[in-house]
Design a protein around this ligand. Structure first.
Ligand SMILES: NC(=O)c1ccc[n+]([C@@H]2O[C@H](COP(=O)([O-])OP(=O)(O)OC[C@H]3O[C@@H](n4cnc5c(N)ncnc54)[C@H](OP(=O)(O)O)[C@@H]3O)[C@@H](O)[C@H]2O)c1
Length: 374
């Protein structure tokens, strides 16, 4: 019987259960994917803890992965059985061996891109695509501040910024993370555990400060980030790793220099099939050209999803983490024999408003209609 991760109550990692699942047949407009690898994202933690409510309990978890289409619902024309696909915006339930999602949310994966790479970067890489290429169109030579530069999203952002000729100043919490961010193309790093972020930004920019800050940390960094901006600069608040930004008096934007703020999500950008394809193609080109290499620094068997989430939440991870379903572990181990990463180590818009798992009322409605966050 196929397996999935589910939770029946919100809480710590121990609420995650590794359970049997009934493999649903895809309905009209849906496909079923046999997952080869599943992506781990901070947003999965938000759903598990209840910061973002799941549509019902018990619920599946996860929205990102890659695998092979093994069943196709009526009316689906762009995918067929046997196609290699990747996705980042499915309904809750990607932490599973078999996963049903709306076909329009899956894209064909070029042969050159491995399943694990795709699972490790669809959500994170498409997020970087919109952040650096759409939310603020960065000209060559611009200097930006990007928090959590050694994390999953951050590692891709460092490489993409470098490829654009943009000078990325990345915040990190340790010398090891600083080294990694620089290796990935960050222009400079700030270890916020030892340095004053605002003063360092002032120093690095010779007093100019930055036109845009990308902040996924949330509550803890909100005001610091605003203080790093030039007049009329843009604050891009795209995550809540330390908790959500709440109770903001909008007047602070005036006090700190006529600033702009946006709170974007992937689902706000990849909101049509055409836009998803355009963004995915750009990401795939960056991967195929070698301008971006996805660092899968942690791999866990699917059943250890709780451990994986704990490592992510406690800042122990770097780069991306993937979960490998048990059906794939043997194959994967063989494929990975020549690669350097550990099989298991530790040393995020939005998704899904419905559960893709075994529930009888599984709906095919696009999740982002119901939950615009990521
Ligand atoms: N809006 C969107 O479209 C979207 C899409 C994807 C992801 N995201 C957001 O992007 C962020 C990064 O996601 P990710 O999956 O790639 O995670 P990640 O960056 O690999 O991990 C989070 C990192 O945040 C830093 N951090 C700072 N304060 C923290 C705290 N109090 N608790 C935990 N971590 C803290 C840590 O790096 P240091 O130790 O270096 O500080 C940690 O490693 C998340 O906030 C996620 O929600 C948003």
């Amino acid at each position: 019987m196929a397996k999935r991760i589910q939770f029946s109550q919100t809480g710590g990692p121990d609420v995650l259960e590794y359970a049997d699942m009934t493999a649903e047949e895809p309905k009209a407009g849906e496909v079923r994917v046999r997952n080869h690898a599943v992506g781990l994202n901070f947003i999965d933690i938000y759903f598990r803890t209840g910061l973002y409510p799941a549509p019902g309990l018990p619920s599946g978890l996860g929205t990102e992965g890659a695998g092979i289409v093994d069943a196709v619902g009526e009316g689906v024309t762009h995918l067929k059985e046997g196609d290699r696909v990747a996705y980042a915006q499915g309904p809750l339930g990607a932490y599973a061996e078999l996963y049903v999602l709306p076909a329009e949310k899956a894209v064909k994966l070029p042969d050159a891109i491995e399943f694990e790479t795709a699972a490790a970067c669809m959500l994170k890489g498409l997020t970087v695509q919109y952040l650096l290429r759409q939310t603020y169109r960065l000209p060559k030579g611009e200097t930006i501040l990007f928090h959590a530069a050694a994390g999953g999203v951050g590692s891709i952002a460092c490489q993409w910024a470098k490829a654009l000729g943009v000078k990325l100043i990345g915040t990190v919490s340790s010398p090891e993370k600083a080294e990694l961010a620089i290796k990935n193309g960050a222009w400079a790093t700030i270890d916020y555990t030892k340095e004053n972020v605002v003063e360092r930004v002032r120093e690095l920019t010779k007093g100019d400060m930055v036109p845009v800050v990308y902040d996924s940390v949330g509550k803890d960094t909100w005001e610091t980030s605003l203080d790093c901006l030039q007049k009329r600069g843009l604050m891009v608040s795209f995550g809540n790793a330390s908790g959500p930004v709440e109770n903001v008096n909008i007047g602070i934007l005036n006090q700190k220099g006529a600033l702009y703020v946006t709170r974007p999500s992937l689902n706000g950008y990849a909101d049509t099939r055409k836009r998803l394809e355009t963004m995915s193609n750009e990401l795939f080109e960056m991967l195929e050209s070698g301008k971006i290499k996805v660092d899968i620094a942690q791999r866990y068997p699917l059943e250890k999803a709780g451990e994986a989430q704990e490592a992510l939440a406690s800042r122990k991870t770097t780069g991306s983490t993937v979960l490998v379903p048990s059906m794939q572990q043997d194959t994967q181990a063989t494929q990975d024999a020549g690669r350097s990463q550990d099989v298991q180590a530790p040393a995020e818009e939005a998704p899904a408003a419905q559960d893709a798992g075994t529930s009888q009322d599984h709906a095919s409605k696009d999740s982002q209609d119901q939950d615009p966050r990521a």
